[in-house]
Design a protein around this ligand. Structure first.
Ligand SMILES: [Zn+2]
Length: 445
């Protein structure tokens, strides 16, 4: 079987049970698996030098809307709160089609890969002009990232008192039918899977109570995960109290939306009892600090969640509300934001890195990912700490979040090298960027 030896890392961050950091260590990849970690390993296969580098598990992104990459920095949405921001962007998104969704995903995933991400989930909840979940799946397959696309949906349009225009909502029966189609066509439940599909109505304010419940039943029947937005900001809480007569946590619990097979994005406004509910039920959280800052939503109580035992992971969120898709930068922001709220000792670099790696693997139900140990899948990020950004750093691991670099030198997914010497190996990136700019300009007209 094909072997690659990662040789001589300055530090190899294992994220194993003892959180060992190994100096001068090697890592042997055989096929798609980590065969060995330690000093003095040998191979007859390829050797990649990790001298002057920190090696970490691949970072895991648990919340994104890849389709939004073509609508970064849109003027009318730059300074709006969540609901106003959505209303600005819906009419633009309504003009998209398969080509825009595909190209947008290529850009978003390439950006993630260069920032150390080896597995991304995605939440696609609008399907204008013939677009399909399959368009994002094709982009991820081409790039070679591990992918957890979720079949999102909106069913309550403006005429029914909802937020999105009627042209962007679907009939609930058609939504469920297409969920079944994409799961049957693409979902791979096996360990080491490169693609798992989830079911993900957009949010409690854009679908009916019935669809939330039916989606949970369908997901459990198919053995796939559930995902949505929850408790994102004060407007969101007010909507829940007014429309449903309860807080979002209660609404989620009533409809079957808690459990180890569920993860919710944001959860900025979770109360103490909702945090306890999530811990007890093993419900996961995708923390999106940059998006929460950008939309002024608030600071998610991540310290309290972690202390209570909630599984927390990171998400960059859509590129129309971040507007970057840099996952290592998101880990830095998560660390900084907890310090704003709780003091300088509230979150260490190493805890933020743990959330970005192991945390993601836990939330997405991937025990074979998230750490560098024999028998785990070979998803790893190699960071050059010999350059400008980390120059003068005393602790190269801490430098990853405190100073830089913010881009990987090499990236491996399932043992395959996706980034080599700062370049994506699987895409003609300048051509994709040119195409994306062309499509974005057309949307702006
Ligand atoms: Zn989102």
């Amino acid at each position: 079987m094909r072997e690659v030896l990662i040789r001589g890392a300055e530090v190899l961050v294992t994220m194993d049970g003892a959180r060992r950091e190994l100096r001068g260590a090697d890592l042997l990849i055989r096929g798609g698996e980590i065969a060995a970690v330690g000093q003095g390993l040998v191979t007859t296969g390829e050797v990649v030098s990790a001298a002057g580098c920190v090696v970490t598990p691949g970072l895991i992104n648990t919340h994104h809307h890849l389709y939004q990459t073509l609508t970064r920095a849109v003027p009318g949405g730059q300074d709006a709160l969540l609901f106003g921001w959505l209303k600005t962007l819906y009419p633009i998104w309504a003009q998209m089609g398969p080509e825009e969704i595909f190209t947008s995903a290529q850009i978003g995933l390439a950006e993630l890969a260069l920032s150390g991400c080896t597995l991304s989930s995605d939440h696609l909840y609008l399907y204008p002009n013939g677009a399909r979940l399959d368009d994002t799946i094709a982009a991820a397959a081409e790039l070679g990232l591990r992918f957890h696309p979720t079949r999102g949906a909106m069913s309550i349009g403006e005429s029914a008192g909802g937020l999105p225009p009627d042209s962007l909502v679907e009939r609930e029966e058609a939504i469920l039918t297409d969920c079944i189609r994409v799961i049957d066509a693409h979902h791979d439940p096996r360990p080491g899977s490169m693609l798992r599909v989830g079911v993900a109505p957009c949010s409690p304010f854009s679908v009916s109570r019935e669809l939330m419940r039916d989606a949970a039943v369908l997901a459990r029947d198919k053995g796939v995960m559930l995902h949505t937005h929850l408790a994102e900001n004060d407007e969101d809480i007010a909507y829940s109290l007014h429309q449903f007569g309860c807080r979002p946590g209660q609404y989620a619990e009533d409809l079957g939306w808690t459990g180890a097979d569920v993860w919710h994005a944001h959860c900025v406004k979770l109360s103490g009892s909702e945090i306890d509910l999530f811990a007890r039920s093993k419900t996961g959280v995708a923390h999106c600090p940059c998006s929460n800052c950008r939309l002024g939503s608030g600071i998610a109580p991540i310290r309290a969640m972690r202390d209570a035992g909630v599984n927390v992971a990171l998400g960059v969120d859509g590129s129309a509300s971040n507007d970057a898709g840099n996952l290592i930068a998101e880990a830095r922001q998560a660390m900084l934001l907890q310090r704003v709220q709780n003091g300088a000792d509230a979150m260490s670099v190493r805890e933020a890195l743990e959330i970005a790696t192991l945390g993601g693997a836990q939330v997405l139900g991937r025990p074979e990912l998230g750490s560098l140990e024999p028998g785990k899948r070979a998803d790893l990020a190699i960071w050059d700490v010999s350059g400008l950004e980390a120059a003068g750093a005393w602790d190269p691991v801490a430098a990853l979040l405190l100073s830089g670099p913010t881009r990987v030198k090499h990236l491996f997914v399932e043992g395959r090298q996706i980034v080599r010497d700062d370049q994506i190996t699987t895409l003609d990136l300048p051509r994709v960027v040119e195409r994306a700019n062309h499509l974005a300009r057309a949307l702006a007209r």
